[in-house]
Design a protein around this ligand. Structure first.
Ligand code: NAD
Length: 462
């Protein structure tokens, strides 16, 4: 049987991969002291990835999915131990979600026009080496999810992870490279530095071999990336309001909102951060929040104490972010019952615990005189991030009006916020929601560039 070029390439890749296994230090694949070395290694890997068939990319992705599932608990525990944020059970679910629902190469499609004058294709090609900045709130989830998408698009990736989650990030990056090697791919499909800093981030952003930067984090990092002079995908902050109108199933709304808000102790950027409810149903909603959904009603005095602790000196206290409700209450001297999952209170939209993106299970409830007033207050609370918003309503006119007014990348109707990530809802998963730059929920196709390929007067065989 004649040996095809593809077969030769496969053999070469396998041999190279084996050589790299022998060279790589155990447990440290893809980790470098120097950012320039990391980029160089990702560039070398990119030379191999570019020549790979889609089938070969998909083989590596299948192996990444398997390893993500196998290591979900380890990664979840590492994330909680290292950052002190979130909870292990939900983080395990998040890793399973990444493994099962992050799109792979099937997301890379071709558009074709065929007619009398020939055939024209739009193909989605790789950028090369992508620079990625990741948050401490979903560290390994973002790294694994980004890499699946970026590799499916034919790229390799250099990460500058949040320093507070570097051990967890390195563990994930090592897994990614192990998966690649096991599937016959190269080492260093994803790389990082041992000690990420703003300086290493700057080196990455300015490097001539990085054509695209994907930043997932707060407003500072997105602004930095958009000022880099490179193409940037900016997945920034949110402060998602959950609007409840009088047509909603109030009992279910209370349950859905608490489930979404408390998921991983409110760390996901899409999670419900406050409620805006029309006046006629506020009392009923409060009743269900407290009596059926394990919410603790904070008194005025407790709200003030919480504000002092959570927003100490007017700044978000990192020691409170991603903590569970009982821990937060213990910080103000309240010994809450074991079942308490969330802290609730009624207040004006300007209340600091309502207007700030806290990322902890504290849900302020803002009373609106009618639906239009609720929309206005919710839009104000979203701060123009255009990130995520949620609504509980059976009135499609109301839902439509809200969707148009708030103009967010994500709008969940009548479900917990995590339904938007494909968890109890349709659609794929991502941990990078490009709200600022408009790509929305990122996937493999987001990390590609469109290329037109035209054959004039031929190859139309209709
Ligand atoms: P963060 O902004 O503190 O850090 C995010 C990343 O940016 C880190 O790697 C950090 O080191 C880096 N960084 C921060 N400022 C920088 C600068 N000036 N230059 C270069 N790098 C910089 O955010 P965090 O606490 O890790 O994560 C929580 C924030 O991220 C929240 O605001 C949340 O809404 C947002 N977030 C958004 C998404 C999304 O998909 N849109 C996903 C997760 C988190």
């Amino acid at each position: 049987m004649p040996i095809s070029e593809t077969m030769v390439q496969d053999i070469v890749q396998e041999v190279m991969a084996k050589m790299q296994i022998a060279e790589a230090p155990a447990g440290k694949h893809g980790v470098f002291k120097d950012m320039n070395d990391a980029i160089e290694a990702a560039k070398k890997a990119d030379q191999i990835v570019r020549r790979m068939s889609m089938d070969q990319r998909e083989k590596i992705i299948t192996c990444i999915r398997k390893k993500t599932r196998e290591n979900a608990e380890i990664l979840a525990r590492m994330g909680v131990d290292e950052t002190g944020m979130g909870n292990v059970g939900d983080k395990i679910l998040k890793h399973h979600l990444v493994a099962d629902k992050t799109p792979g190469t099937e997301d890379i499609t071709t558009t074709a026009w065929s007619g009398d004058r020939g055939l024209t294709l739009i193909e989605m090609g790789p950028f090369g080496v992508i620079g990625a900045i990741t948050p401490c709130t979903n560290p390994s989830e973002t790294i694994l999810c980004n890499t699946i998408g970026m590799l499916a698009g034919g790229n390799t990736v250099v990460f500058n992870p949040h320093p507070a989650a570097i051990k967890t990030s390195i563990y994930a990056i090592n897994l990614l490279n192990e998966a690649s090697l096991e599937a016959g791919g190269p080492d260093n499909i994803a790389v990082t530095v041992e000690k990420p800093t703003l300086e290493t981030s700057n080196i990455m952003m300015k490097h001539k071999d990085i054509p695209l930067i994907a930043a997932t984090g707060g407003p500072g990092v997105v602004t930095a990336v958009l000022s880099s002079g490179k193409r940037g995908i900016g997945a920034g902050a949110g402060n998602p309001p959950a609007l409840v109108d009088e047509t909603a199933d109030i009992r279910k709304a209370a349950q859905d909102i608490v489930n979404g808000c408390t998921f991983d102790n409110n760390l996901p950027c899409i999670a419900e951060k406050e409620i805006v409810a029309v006046s006629s149903i506020v009392d009923e909603l409060m009743h269900y929040l407290i009596t059926e959904n394990d919410c603790y009603l904070a008194s005025k005095e407790e709200q003030d104490k919480l504000t002092e602790v959570v927003l100490a000196g007017g700044k978000l206290n990192r020691k409170c972010v991603g903590r569970d409700a009982r821990t937060l209450l213990s910080m103000i001297g309240v010994n809450a019952p074991a079942n308490i999952r969330c802290i609730v209170f009624e207040g004006p939209k300007e209340h600091p615990l309502i207007t700030t993106e806290l990322m902890m299970p504290i849900l302020g409830v803002v009373r609106a005189k009618d639906f239009d007033d609720a929309v206005e207050q919710a839009v104000w609370l979203e701060h123009g991030n255009r990130h995520s918003a949620h609504i509980h309503s059976k009135n499609i006119d109301n839902i439509t009006k809200y969707a148009k007014a708030i103009d967010t990348a994500i709008l969940v109707k009548n479900a917990p916020s995590y339904a938007a990530l494909g968890f109890g809802g349709e659609g794929f998963c991502t941990f990078t929601i490009a709200s600022r730059t408009g790509e929305g929920l990122t996937s493999a196709s987001t990390f590609t560039k469109r290329r037109r390929c035209t054959m004039s007067d031929s190859l139309c065989i209709r």
